[in-house]
Design a protein around this ligand. Sequence first.
Ligand code: PLP
Length: 318
Amino acid sequence: MYRERGDHIITQVTEHKAVLDTCKRLEKHGFRVTFLPVNADGLIDLGDLARAIDEKTILVSIMAANSEIGVLQPIAEIGKLCHERGVLFHTDAVQAVGKIPVDVIADNIDALSLSGHKIYGPKGVGALYVRRRNPRVQVAAQMDGGGHERGMRSGTLNVPGIVGLGKACEIAQAEMASEAARLGALRDRLKNKLETELDFIHINGSMEHRLPGNLNASFLYVEGESLLMGINDVAVSSGSACTSASLEPSYVLKALGLGDEVAHSSIRFGLGRFNTEAEVDYVAAKVVDIVKKLRELSPLYEMAKEGIDLSKVQWAAH
Ligand SMILES: *Cc1c(COP(=O)(O)O)cnc(C)c1O
């Protein structure tokens, strides 16, 4: 809709594929896209963002919360900067809505997307918030056929899905404060148990700016897929296989500066509404047990424990 005004879009490297793939598609249609880097904690630099905006920038799209590492971007500061510079701000808040406070007015958000099934609602329904004034945001229709939703999205609406999404939001809103405190405590309990029992653990992403229910950790000298198989009654995901059946290391973890080996040894633990303290204790004990067993088989772990810097080892090639 804003193509006449400019051709430049800014996003960042750890966005979900929902945004990255869309931006790549737009590049094919002639747009310029800047993919901002993140620091080792997973946060973008506001100075980088300010410098990236030029007179042709029409949109900044930065996620509120990351799905793999739970890192929260400084949405309010980004919104303020965008409005000062006259650029529209979209945020992928799929992981944030219902988990942490999000305020489209206070945070100067012009467009916000959310998805039902990430907040215990039904699959196949989501919402796009579109600001109506200061500024009035216009959206190009992606499909035609009757002009529903003020021309933005034609087609008869999925009423059961919408009602389900509304109810899910209502429950999430009512429980958000107490759930955040409960999940944060459970997550910290898990983290403390793992860190007490195991050495060579690396926590991925800022602990300070993070969703309460997320923990992403690398267990050095252990192969993530082997660890997954060892805890196959626990639903977690590894630092590989996340977006496909491939064993490519996670692009999100790589963007934090992690090497392939460390990314492959990573596990994301996601805690939610139905998890209990007993489950956390079960998972912690199980992970500790499996990691210790796998490391018994790992010559690299032996060497690391002896203080050998593995990055400096000259491996003989025959
Ligand atoms: C799950 C997710 C999406 C995609 O939402 P779907 O409704 O599952 O397509 C986009 N962004 C983030 C951050 C997500 O976690």
